[in-house]
Design a protein around this ligand. Structure first.
Ligand code: TTP
Ligand code: MG
Length: 363
């Protein structure tokens, strides 16, 4: 708007603490305070597989994500290994994201357990800090899970901030404090700069983000190619990347209300199959696959029943989904009239389901 003074952006980054492990501990309260590792138990799997994540108690022993489970076992022999339950984490993530989305002017989910919220309309950083505390309490009250939050004028700084005091951290970087905050941190704190890139930077005598901010752009081009300017800008605290409205599709559904109520099970089945076929087409257009299929039937008195099935593998094949829908739907149809019938596909898997980084700068 002409003549209006641009107010600083306020971006919140939320990242759940040891997400999969925390969800498991919530379900098995006896595990609270113990080293818990999500991954195949080396005693059972013959040692194959890697750690997906682990509780903070296990991290004290040096256990980390992506480490072979055998190494994790050697570091922490009394750790409890649990196989992952992806559906449970996915459902929990959906509920957490529902909460987060409500607080944002603009909302961008970036992985199963993290999201950016543009909350510039808060007006100032004190109000945004209060908002962040409410978000944290809301998530805890609803899910008994903790998260860490970073608040800053840009996405990359907010993400660095949220990671700094995990678990349960809340780190606020106001616009005037950016350089002071970033300069002393090691370069590896920048999302996308992994250990290899950090080692290559040491050869250029660049260790801290402050060093990187002052680095010669030609030197950086050799390492980062076209991203060199972006990387150096981030180190200088310059990051205008917008919070892009996006919510990873978690589930898709279709339903149909019958008017009048339908007393013909064959007709209801025909509609359920039509809805399934539409959903399969939608999966194709999203390049996604579904693992969980849910059929919902509502009767004239508004009683609603759902039946769900999780397949061994994600699919988008019409015949697999149709077969599941018939198996689930038929027992719900007896002699009763039906007011509404619906199908939902969830536990969706897309090609880019793997965690996205803000920008992957490393080679
Ligand atoms: P992260 O947020 O990276 O890790 P985290 O939530 O477990 O721990 P932190 O407190 O440090 O944030 O990833 C979220 C989930 O994604 C994690 O719980 C498990 C899964 N994941 C993998 O399956 N493989 C991996 O290599 C990583 C890093 C995560
Ligand atoms: Mg996390």
């Amino acid at each position: 708007m002409p003549g209006r003074k641009a107010s600083p952006r306020i971006i919140i980054h939320v990242d759940m603490d040891s997400f999969y492990a925390s969800v498991e501990v919530r379900h098995y309260p006896d595990l609270a305070g113990k080293p818990v590792i999500i991954g195949p138990d080396p005693a059972v799997s013959g040692g194959r597989g890697v750690v997906l994540t682990c509780s903070y108690e296990a991290r004290k022993f040096g256990v980390r994500s992506a480490m072979p489970v055998t190494r994790a076992h050697a570091l922490c022999p009394h750790a409890i290994f649990l196989p992952p339950r992806h559906d449970l984490y996915q459902e929990t993530s959906e509920r957490v994201m529902d909460i987060l989305e409500r607080y944002a002017d603009r909302f961008q989910q970036v992985s199963i357990d993290e999201a950016f919220l543009d909350v510039s309309s808060c007006g100032d950083y004190a109000a945004a800090t209060e908002l962040a505390k409410r978000i944290r309490e809301d998530i805890y009250r609803a899910e008994r899970l903790t998260c860490s939050i970073g608040i800053a004028p840009g996405k990359s700084i907010a993400k660095i901030a949220s990671d700094l005091e995990k678990p349960g951290g809340l780190v606020v970087i106001t616009p005037g404090k950016i350089r002071e905050f970033l300069s002393p941190l090691p370069v590896g704190k920048i999302p996308g700069i992994g250990p290899k890139t950090a080692a290559a930077l040491v050869n250029l005598d660049i260790r801290t983000i402050g060093d990187l901010a002052e680095a010669d752009i030609q030197d950086l081009r050799e390492l980062f190619g076209k991203s060199a300017v972006t990387v150096r800008d981030i180190a200088r605290g310059i990051d205008d990347d917008e919070v892009r409205e996006s919510r990873r599709i978690q589930s898709i559904s279709r339903e149909q209300t019958f008017s009048p109520d339908c007393g013909d099970p064959e007709e209801v089945t025909r509609i359920l199959l039509e809805l399934s076929d539409e959903l399969c087409r939608e999966l194709e257009s999203e390049d996604a696959y579904a693992r969980t299929i849910t059929v919902k039937v509502r009767y004239p008195d508004f009683t609603t029943l759902t039946r769900a099935q999780t397949l061994p593998r994600p699919t988008r094949e019409v015949r697999h989904i149709r077969r599941a829908v018939i198996g689930l739907g038929l027992p719900l149809l007896h002699d009763q009239k039906v007011r509404l019938a619906g199908v939902r596909l969830s536990s969706l898997v897309t090609r880019d389901t793997h965690q996205k980084k803000i920008g992957d700068f490393s080679g």
